[in-house]
Design a protein around this ligand. Structure first.
Ligand code: ADP
Ligand code: ASP
Ligand code: MG
Length: 444
């Protein structure tokens, strides 16, 4: 069996879903299970509608909702009644939010789940009309999670127990990504971009031979194409490289995707639904060696840098524990870290609790905050065995002020922080340095 996950652009319209049906049809002998995202930008739209409702812009919210309803009805075929029922339920929810004027994470999940709930129904029916014997499943009955709404984590034992029924089902199973539910049946989501993760959870749960992530680019590219067009396709990379790239901003893969794959050693392939003939990127436990130390350059925007300094801490212990305790209490993950005896620099991308964190830290240290920063992260399994990579990295960007540097303990990445305004220039210079003559065995 294989799992085939199709992202938002791959299922953005009836026509796009028909194209997907063709791709699935051509692989029926591998017994595909299909995971779909919400159509196009539906999740963003749902969140905007909920946001407008709680701000008291009730009419705007309802008119955007009507637009979304009309769009889904127009792109679907044969499932109008079911879609109408979903929009009725969603309408009630949105009206409720407008009355309440506030939104809990649980309500965010309730609203944003509709994208995948609806797209999976539409896709299953279009598949049937294209001759694929499709069985629709409500993912919420299979992906069981904890109750950390908007960032829920799967409870693997129960999830796997339920997923075990799938291989016995007839035809092609079609299910929505991103969504799940608690053991009490309350709807949850796995976090933005989480349909990739669903595909991996399902793949590991059913013991698939491959997990395919079908998207709108040819595979993992050597640089983020929204920042630097013209990067090369990475033919193969390792699980570790893919995880690192995803974590540091390569949006093409949700950061948690490779974890279930690693556990069961299932290859992951990134493919382009507009160009199914392209081989894509194959992600394996170990990638074949290549002459380049760097496999790809990822970057993360909207980063905030905090410098925490306390001379009182000279020769004292417990400084780091005290700092991390604060971030822990405010449930804010720290991305990058550099330390000296009396100071710590670190980056966060979730600034929800920044003011409170700052106030707590200022009880025992001086804190400066620099917003509008970006992380650049060069990833490659062979960095550790290639002397002189750091010299090449920083030699390539002599004109750029590097704010912080870190080379992970894994030794497969070199990351540094620059002002967001310098990001494009930094990536362009680095790409020229490392990929002006790419090894044809590894890149295309
Ligand atoms: P989907 O809706 O299929 O899940 P996403 O928008 O989540 O698609 O991810 C695909 C996008 O990831 C690409 O269109 C591209 O802009 C972005 N991306 C960022 N970094 C990379 C990279 N290194 N390689 C390929 N795509 C990247
Ligand atoms: N639809 C969800 C999102 O936009 C999940 C996904 O597409 O992976 O975040
Ligand atoms: Mg995605």
């Amino acid at each position: 069996m294989i799992v085939m996950k199709f992202g938002g652009t791959s299922v953005e319209s009836r026509e796009a879903i028909q194209r997907v049906a063709g791709i699935v049809c051509a692989r029926l002998e591998r017994k595909p299970v299909v995971v779909v995202s919400a159509m196009g930008k539906t999740t963003n739209k749902l969140l905007a509608i909920a946001g407008a409702a709680v701000r008291g812009e009730r009419e705007a919210a309802l008119s955007q909702l009507e637009e979304l309803r009309a769009f889904h009805l127009c792109e679907s075929i044969g499932v109008e009644t079911e879609i109408e029922l979903h929009f009725t339920e969603l309408g009630e929810l949105v009206r409720g939010l407008a009355v309440m004027g506030e939104m809990t994470p649980r309500a965010v999940d309730a609203v944003s789940s509709f994208g995948e709930r609806i797209s999976s129904i539409i896709a299953a029916e279009i598949f049937r009309r294209c001759g694929v014997n499709a069985t629709h499943l409500d993912s919420r009955q299979f992906i069981v999670t904890d109750a950390r709404h908007t960032q829920a984590a799967p409870l693997f034992e129960e999830t796997n127990r339920r997923l075990a029924a799938i291989p016995k089902m007839p035809g092609v199973v079609v299910m929505g990504g991103f969504i799940g539910s608690t053991t009490d049946g309350v709807t949850t989501t796995l976090g933005r971009g989480g349909s990739d993760y669903t595909a991996a959870i399902v793949g590991a749960g059913i013991g698939a031979e491959e997990i395919q992530i079908w998207t709108d680019v040819d595979g993992m590219l050597t640089a983020d194409p929204t920042l630097l067009p013209g990067g090369y396709r990475v033919k193969t990379c390792s699980f570790a490289e893919a995880a690192e790239l995803a974590y540091f901003g390569a949006k093409v893969l949700h950061p948690a995707t490779v974890l279930p794959a690693i556990e069961k050693n299932i290859p992951v392939r990134i493919l382009n639904s507009r160009r199914p003939e392209v081989e894509g990127t194959l992600i394996l436990a170990e990638a074949p060696a290549c002459s380049s130390a760097i496999r790809s350059i990822a970057c993360k925007r909207n980063i905030t840098l905090l410098n925490v300094v306390s001379t009182r801490m000279l020769m004292a212990h417990g400084f780091l524990r005290r700092i991390f305790d604060v971030f822990d209490r405010f449930e804010t993950p720290v991305d990058m870290l550099a330390t000296s005896e009396v100071s710590v620099s670190l980056t966060i991308d979730n600034t929800r609790a920044l003011d409170a964190i700052r106030a707590e830290l200022e009880k025992f240290a001086q804190v400066t905050v620099e917003e509008d920063q970006a992380i650049v992260c060069l990833v490659g399994d062979h960095i550790r065995a290639s002397p002189g990579v750091a010299a090449r990295v920083f030699g390539a960007i002599p004109q750029i002020n590097v704010r912080m540097i870190s080379q992970g303990a894994s030794l497969l990445n070199i990351s540094f922080v620059v002002a967001a305004a310098d990001l494009e220039q930094a990536v362009e210079s680095l790409h020229k340095e490392f990929f002006s003559n790419p090894d044809p065995a590894a890149f295309e």
